[in-house]
Design a protein around this ligand. Structure first.
Ligand code: DX5
Ligand code: ZN
Length: 227
């Protein structure tokens, strides 16, 4: 019998289309298109022009999507220098999960507590230049690790294959410690790159450009369900 820790069965794959690549003049319709496919998650990217050199949405965007009837799981990715100042606003606006980055300096543990106190799920994200070791102290406080597979800030960038070992490292920690954790990848994700990430343990796939450019979105989603 092997003394090696057994690798956990992979979590079922989840496709989380990123609204950043949707129609910014008709976001509710872009979100509804995701729902009509039977998908459950919508990835929402928040940018502040400081942590990343771009601007995108804010809490009011989430609130408006809820008012328009969206019941999707709002997977909210805060690319903000001071995300802890906005946890309350995003939770009240309808976030289901709030993912914050490890790179800015603030009290991450307190932020995770605040996120959970609102009844939201908590996630931690890391940039391509940040080693996996940086998030290790927080693995017990989140149930999702977001491994950025591009430098955050813009959609449509090329997938970075050099992030695969980082995904594998997080997967090893998950197995060794029996953590109930999802591993999400974000940036340059389409079927081929998702398969590479899946082989290293990723189970949650953010797709912006590839999803909204797909002519046959049902076939596109089916490809992810089959990963
Ligand atoms: C990038 C964002 C991503 C973005 C991905 O900073 O975090 O969620 O929407 O876009 P694609 O899928 O086009 O790489
Ligand atoms: Zn994102």
């Amino acid at each position: 019998m092997s003394l090696e820790p057994e690798r956990q069965t992979l979590n079922p794959p989840i496709l989380a289309p990123s609204l950043l690549a949707g129609d910014h003049g008709a976001l509710a319709e872009s979100a509804a298109a995701v729902s009509r496919l039977g998908l459950k998650w919508l990835h929402l990217d928040m940018m502040d022009g400081h942590f990343v050199p771009n601007l995108s949405f804010g809490p009011e965007t989430l609130a408006a999507l809820r008012r328009h009837g969206s019941t999707l799981f709002f997977d909210t990715h805060l690319m903000l220098s001071e995300p802890h100042l906005f946890v309350d606003a995003f939770a009240k606006a309808g976030a289901s999960r709030i993912t914050i980055h490890i790179e800015p300096a603030f009290d991450h543990a307190a932020a995770f507590r605040a996120i959970r106190a609102h009844g939201c799920r908590a996630g931690i994200a890391l940039n391509p230049g940040t080693p996996a070791a940086a998030i290790e102290p927080f693995l017990g406080e989140v149930d999702l690790v977001l491994v950025m597979t591009v430098q955050p800030g813009f959609g449509g960038q090329s997938f970075r294959e050099d992030m695969l070992p980082k995904i594998a490292q997080v997967d090893r920690w998950r197995s060794e410690r029996g953590l109930d954790l999802r591993i999400e990848v974000d940036g340059g994700i389409e079927h081929d790159t998702a398969a590479l990430c899946r082989s290293r343990g990723a189970d949650t796939f953010v797709a912006g450009t590839s999803f909204f450019a797909a002519k046959d979105k049902a076939a596109f989603a089916a490809g992810f369900a089959a990963l």
